[in-house]
Every structure is written in C-alpha cells, then in structure tokens.
Design a protein around this ligand. Structure first.
Ligand SMILES: [Zn+2]
Length: 209
C-alpha cells in the first residue's frame, strides 16, 4: 500500500461502539498509543476479571469513551486482548503504548498445555514469512491426555520447507510459548476461508462428548 500510494501507512484500532481509540506513531513497529485524552483503557485478567496494571501481562480490554455524548460507553467489553508496554515510546508521546497492538480476541483465546493460545498471534507469525501463503489451518486436539497442535501452512511456489521451517518454529515458540506439529502443503491446496475464525479448530470439546 505504501508503494502504491507513495505515502507512509499507519495502523489504528477502533470499534463502531467506541471509535478509534489507539494509533501508531512514527516509531514502527512498536505498538499503538492509546488515545488517553479521549479514552480510559483498563485491562482485566482473562480468567478472573481482576484488573491488570503491570506491563507485559495479557488481558482483555475494557474501555470507556470520555467524549461520547449520544451513545455513552462505560467500561465496554471489547474482547480485544492487549498488554501494556513497559517502556515509554521514543517518539516522546506520553500516552501509554499497547505492545504489538491488539494481539488477539478474548473469545478465541484458549488454554493449550496450560498456556493461553491466541490464534491471532499464530496468524501474525505465519503472515510474516514471505515464503508462506496467507492461508493456514490451526487444529488443537487431545488424542490422549496431552494437547496436540497442528499448524498447516502453504509454501509459495519455488520455496523449500528447509528455508522456512527453522525460522517459523522459532518465531512460533517465541511469540506463543508453544510447540507445533507443522505440516507443509503446496500453494493453493488448503481450503480458502472468508472468516478467520474457521481457520482455527479446537476439536478437544468434540472429543469429550
Ligand atoms: Zn510513539
């Protein structure tokens, strides 16, 4: 987009109910500044609902718009998963930064091997590799007593798995703290999904019944 328009692109996060509540500054990629002049952002623990104030701990955003007159939103549960960055931004703005932007959705977060897995974090890793296609499938199963995660990805034409696999494995471990059974497919062979939720399948619940 930047090349096509000859302009610098910046990300922001917003929701219809509350408006655009965060924005990226020139220090990219760092995270997004919360527009704290207009919004009060709080983070709650995903399981207990206790407030999280320390940086680096993921939780669910609860947001209050301070300037909305017609449709006030007080402690709106956006289901966005965020975490505070411990460091102030080098750009000089003092509005706090959410590290890595919105990192997941509270309704897709699930515990795998005792670790909170965010399918959005897996998607971000897959899409950061040039040798991979945009389609992928993430499947969590429990064949015995242990959770098993399979990640199916497509290789771009002419790319060998050995060029991608070590880096992909490292990034997944780093960003999600989990190990995956990675399966490689030819470009164009995985199903095409219009909705991102379909790419993630948690089959453990079906196995219980
Ligand atoms: Zn900044």
């Amino acid at each position: 987009m930047e090349e096509a328009f000859g302009a610098k692109a910046y990300d922001h996060s917003g929701a219809t109910e509350i408006g655009a509540w965060s924005y990226e500054c020139r220090h990219q990629p760092f995270g997004m500044h919360v527009n704290e002049a207009m919004f009060l952002v709080e983070i709650e623990d995903l399981e207990t609902g206790e407030p999280i104030t320390e940086p680096g701990k993921k939780g669910k955003m609860v947001i209050t718009a301070l300037d909305r007159m017609a449709q006030p939103c007080i402690r709106f549960d956006s289901k966005d998963v965020i975490q505070w960055d411990p460091d102030p931004c080098v750009c000089g703005r003092t509005f706090r930064v959410i590290k890595g932007g919105v990192i997941g959705r509270a309704d897709d977060m699930t515990k795998v091997k005792g670790v909170l897995l965010s399918p959005a974090a897996v998607e971000a890793v897959v899409r950061s590799f040039d040798g991979l296609g945009d389609e992928y499938e993430l499947v969590v199963e429990r064949p015995g007593d242990v959770d098993h995660i399979t990640l199916k990805v497509e290789l771009q034409t002419g790319v060998d798995r050995s060029q991608v696999e070590p880096g992909l494995r490292d990034q997944l471990r780093l960003k999600t703290n989990l190990g995956y059974d990675i399966q490689f497919f030819e470009y164009g062979s995985l199903p095409r999904y219009k909705l991102k939720a379909r790419r993630f399948k948690d089959l453990r619940k079906q196995n219980k019944t």
